[in-house]
Design a protein around this ligand. Structure first.
Ligand code: FES
Length: 166
């Protein structure tokens, strides 16, 4: 959903809060649901959610910034999560991270300027026996390298031009 105005945003927040208000400790699920609907958590969401749930802005902001799966800016069409935990590190994960950063021209926790891809790090995907592991748009991959990532990206971005960093 594309949010155009503050009124749109307020309507989304009110609808989500209405849906989850009676749940126990609804803040997390409210934020997850808003992000699912909007694609990210616009900073204006914080005061709206705080007001709707009778919490302080600091409480809501603290949760948004604590969890790495919440994003305050729009994400790329493809999200790549590279595992950097110990088992994957022992299989060359750091070299893959460096290659993929170089390939995309972005760093960890960044999104390409053209909105094609976001790059994140994670610490264990439960795929340790097949490290280095990655998750791309929710799908799990093992024994990844630069070429694996490039192939999946080309497939996921079908038709869109993937511009490799110079
Ligand atoms: S350490 Fe990478 S998947 Fe477990």
């Amino acid at each position: 959903m594309t949010i155009q105005t503050t009124t749109d945003l307020q309507e989304v927040v009110e609808a989500v809060v209405r849906e989850h208000r009676d749940e126990r400790g609804p803040l997390l699920v409210v934020l997850q649901d808003i992000q699912r609907r909007m694609g990210h958590l616009d900073p204006d969401v914080v005061p709206l959610v705080a007001s709707a749930l009778n919490l302080s802005r600091a409480d809501v902001h603290g949760v948004v910034t604590f969890y790495h799966d919440f994003h305050e800016a729009p994400r790329g069409a493809v999200t790549i999560k590279l595992c950097r935990a110990e088992a994957c590190q022992s299989m060359g994960a750091e070299a893959v991270v460096a290659e993929v950063k170089d390939l995309l021209g972005i760093g960890i926790a960044e999104t390409a300027a053209d909105g094609s891809v976001s790059l994140d790090q994670v610490f264990c995907l439960g795929n340790c026996a097949l490290g280095p592991a990655a998750q791309i748009n929710g799908r799990l991959y093992g024994r990844v390298d630069r070429d694996t990532i490039l192939d999946v990206l080309r497939s996921d971005l079908q038709g869109e031009t993937l511009s490799e960093a110079p």
